[in-house]
Design a protein around this ligand. Structure first.
Ligand code: SAM
Ligand code: SF4
Ligand code: F3S
Length: 452
């Protein structure tokens, strides 16, 4: 019987991607399969996040909860950004952990596990090896119609509040040919939607073959768009400072590029943006979006916002609220500033009481939720184009249902016949939207589709 690995993933999509890669390397080396049931696991891994203090502390309470599994021979490992930042300190605090590895050494996981078994000593490897981990990863094994492809690792921006450049290292770009090969392989496995992944994907500068030429992000999008079978292209996350005219032009040239953009703004006040070392003003952010909406009036925009950065006044906060109103964000990841050890902002004087920050956060979240619902309501009574992914959560054998996503990532559930259940996933179809249900929508298959 094959061995089983259970992975708990925290943090961003980079970590989601890395968790899939952990399963791939363990499968290739030792035949491991993934399980969602921790009680049948031979190996339990935590892929951790240290972007905020709460995320970091959660790991230690979760580790305590699986400690008892050691008695039946289960191995425990900690990877990701907390591992990268804490290293040996994790073993000191939780000596029952068998392996600690960073985002750049996850390909060494099988080797670390076998070393631990030979020596009965916990193994730690959080180095940033010269050779990229991509060179050591087995080919992707994916099911489903949508997949992530990492095009770059790390970050060299050093925003004053952020741990990522320290936990993931500086930017490393994956060569263009490797990216295109992985996308083509995924397309061959039935993937129709590609999400290009990295901390600042639009800073991409990938080597082109054996030439000294460098491929930028807009050119990469051109190449990906030409791969047969790929119908939709997404990317996350991009940075306002790297939004070149060529990238804006790509929205006019490439219909496969979705009309949805996640572009972190972080704040609406230029004073705070400067203290964050973001390198742009609120006007520059707005100007990018204005140009994009001139090309794609239907562009849905989501963002990241940090509330309560040290020194944030009521007037600064009002500028964030104004930005929300002007940009009509469809969604956001908004959190209160968390001082991270080792980052410059952790040392800044901060005299805003926590309850004031909490109130500001609630105000931001309410304004954005209201936008989300208003934008969802605008779909009702219209036709939406969706990529059908598979059975909806509510699907029953006697009442089959499928779900798909619009370009702006809204889930639409709809009833189908048994035949359509297997025929439609992977197709892009039109749906008549009938109702909003919380954050998702309900629809009806257009008659013409059902008849095909
Ligand atoms: N690279 C992306 C960018 O530049 O916008 C974002 C990557 S970061 C891992 C994800 C988000 O976490 C950031 O956009 C920011 O809003 C948030 N974040 C990072 N450090 C934070 C901190 N110290 N406190 C609160 N939120 C933080
Ligand atoms: Fe962090 Fe800034 Fe890099 Fe984004 S750009 S990962 S916020 S340092
Ligand atoms: Fe967290 Fe690391 Fe991602 S800190 S948000 S897991 S890059």
């Amino acid at each position: 019987m094959s061995k089983k690995v259970f992975i708990r993933t925290f943090g961003c999509q980079m970590n989601e991607y890395d968790s899939d890669k952990m399963v791939d390397v363990l499968h290739a080396a030792d035949g491991y399969e993934k399980t969602d049931n921790v009680d049948e696991a031979d190996l339990v891994l935590f892929n951790t996040c240290s972007v905020r203090e709460k995320a970091q502390e959660k790991v230690f309470s979760d580790l305590g909860r699986v400690k008892h599994l050691k008695a039946k021979g289960v191995k425990i490992g900690v990877g990701g950004c907390v591992a990268s930042q804490e290293g040996e300190a994790i073993i000191k605090r939780a000596p029952y952990v068998d392996v600690v590895f960073g985002p750049q050494t996850l390909h060494r996981l099988p080797e670390l596990l076998s070393k631990q078994m030979q020596t009965s000593k916990s193994q730690v490897d959080i180095s940033f090896p010269e050779i990229e981990k991509f060179d050591h990863l087995p080919p992707a094994r994916r099911e489903g119609v949508s997949a992530f492809v990492s095009i770059m690792e790390g970050c060299s921006k050093y925003c004053s509040y952020c741990v990522v450049p320290y936990t993931r290292g500086e930017e490393i770009n994956r060569p263009l040919d490797d990216v295109l090969l992985e996308v083509a392989q995924l397309a061959g496995q039935g993937v129709r939607e590609i999400n290009l992944l990295g901390q600042n994907v639009n800073a991409y500068r990938g080597a082109m073959g054996s030439t000294s030429e460098i491929c930028d992000f807009a050119t990469l999008l051109d190449y990906v768009s030409d791969i047969p079978g790929i119908e939709r292209i997404r990317y996350t996350t991009s940075h306002p400072n790297e939004f070149t005219p060529a990238l804006i032009e790509a929205y006019a040239k490439l219909p496969k590029l979705v009309s949805h953009l996640h572009l972190p703004a972080q704040h609406g006040s230029d004073v705070i943006l400067a203290a964050m070392k973001r390198g742009y003003t609120s006007l520059q952010y707005k100007s990018i979006i204005r140009k994009l909406r001139a090309i794609r009036p239907d562009l849905h925009l989501s963002t990241d916002l940090i509330i309560g950065f040290p020194g944030e006044t009521d007037a600064d906060h009002a500028k964030t609220m104004k930005l929300i109103e002007d940009m009509q964000f469809d969604n956001s990841f908004s959190f209160i500033f968390s001082p991270r050890p080792g980052t410059p902002a952790a040392g800044l004087h901060d005299d805003t009481p926590h309850d004031v920050k909490q109130k500001r956060l609630l105000q931001v979240q309410k304004a954005i939720n209201d936008n989300t619902h208003a934008l969802s309501d605008a779909f009702v009574g219209k036709t939406a184009r969706i990529l059908v992914e598979g059975p909806s959560r509510q699907s029953q054998p006697d009442a089959p249902e499928l779900m798909g996503r619009t370009e702006c990532n809204r889930v639409i559930n709809f009833a189908v016949s048994q035949q359509a259940m297997t025929r439609l996933p992977g197709q892009i179809i039109d749906i008549a939207v009938t109702q909003r249900m919380g954050f998702s929508l309900r629809g009806e298959l257009e008659l013409v589709e059902e008849a095909v």
